[in-house]
Design a protein around this ligand. Sequence first.
Ligand SMILES: Cc1cc2nc3c(=O)[nH]c(=O)nc-3n(C[C@H](O)[C@H](O)[C@H](O)COP(=O)(O)OP(=O)(O)OC[C@H]3O[C@@H](n4cnc5c(N)ncnc54)[C@H](O)[C@@H]3O)c2cc1C
Length: 417
Amino acid sequence: MKKKTKMSKKNNKLQNYDVVIIGGGMVGASQAAALAHLPIQICVVDAGPGKSHWSPEVYDLRVSAITRASQNVFINTGVWQGIENRRVQPYEEMHVWDATGDGSIDFYAEDIGEPNLGHIIENSVIVGALLDVLKQHDNVNYLSHSKPTALEVSDTSVQVSLDSGQTLDAKLIIGADGARSWVREQLKIETEGWSYGQKGLVTTVKMSAEKTPGAWQRFLPSGPLAFLPVSSDEYSIVWTTAEAAADHLLTLDDAAFIAALNEALGSSEIGEVINVAQRAAFPLRLQHSKTYCKSRVVLVGDAAHTIHPLAGQGVNLGLMDVADLTQILERAHSKHQDIGVYSLLRKYERKRKGRNLLTMFSMDGFKRLFCNTDQPWVAIRNSGLSLTHKLNPLKNKIIRQAMGLTDDFPKLTKNPE
Ligand SMILES: Cc1cc2nc3c(=O)[nH]c(=O)nc-3n(C[C@H](O)[C@H](O)[C@H](O)COP(=O)(O)OP(=O)(O)OC[C@H]3O[C@@H](n4cnc5c(N)ncnc54)[C@H](O)[C@@H]3O)c2cc1C
């Protein structure tokens, strides 16, 4: 184990770590929390302010539907309590229906003997709880307002220079710096994928009716409209639509936006939207890195893959990357092996690539199937939805898999009890 050198912002002395994580968002900070119990020195480098902007008065515009497997990652790393102490909304039901037919499917937690199907959590709540946990670990140093400027890999270590003048030396660099990853660019790792020509418009809305918290998703020909509960009568919405349409929706006044949203939602058990918060829209891409690692450098989360948000799987996939990589690094560390060697990092890549690609292309297939207005496709998907709805064993298998309740997941995703 190397000793951590005392940090000073303007100090360009070489500082030694075992692991340097570039990007301290939901995935990078989770990776640090997952490795923090090992007797190794970890540095997290993030361009942002290093504090969460969560406020108990207003809902964060960005929320994530967190699966059971991801919840277990947070429980096992000591982060869940901090999440619960802030704000979290479990949901017990999920309803999906097609706007161009009568196909629909409903999922209930009680059908699979679970207390809920997952949790809707504000991204700032997750980051806030993660930062609290990282502060408790003496072996984790979080450098905020910091960007890397150069990366140099040698046989035995990797060095990263920061814009502060500091240089960090490590056995392993983990790139968790999001979809436009600087780390990926330095390694000249190519990506494949495409823009969907769509944006995901997000806001928080208040409804006219109270209801058992459930997630509601209506598939419109222009894209899915998701209502994710943050209370019994408030929802965070993700409205996926063509870029120009999303930009237009952003310009509407509240009354006109609410009218458009109610028309898109149609008649439903959650009633009508009566109030709306501020709005924002994010361009949507499918993007996959051709490789996840090179010697001494590895990618996790959106740096390795970005996915259509229709099934809310993006950060969940990133947390599964964290769980698998952690298990591989823990084993190597316990055997006193070098944690930065390519053969070890390839094990992680082999584990994750297939699973990530399968989820990405399933979601892409869903998106294409549901945006298709050709009559044969409309008929096929509506009867497919209704048939699956009636086949309880198949339906329950789908939902258990989506929740990450499968045997072959890594240790960190398992319920600790
Ligand atoms: C509209 C929408 C809805 C979504 N809903 C869901 C959902 O319900 N469930 C779900 O699982 N996923 C969802 N996602 C996807 C999810 O938001 C992403 O998968 C997730 O944010 C990826 O986390 P990350 O930590 O890998 O990357 P990011 O969240 O992008 O974090 C990257 C971090 O790296 C830092 N950084 C970037 N560049 C640098 C640099 N050069 N130097 C230092 N630091 C740097 C940033 O400051 C940031 O902290 C949604 C996405 C969208 C667009």
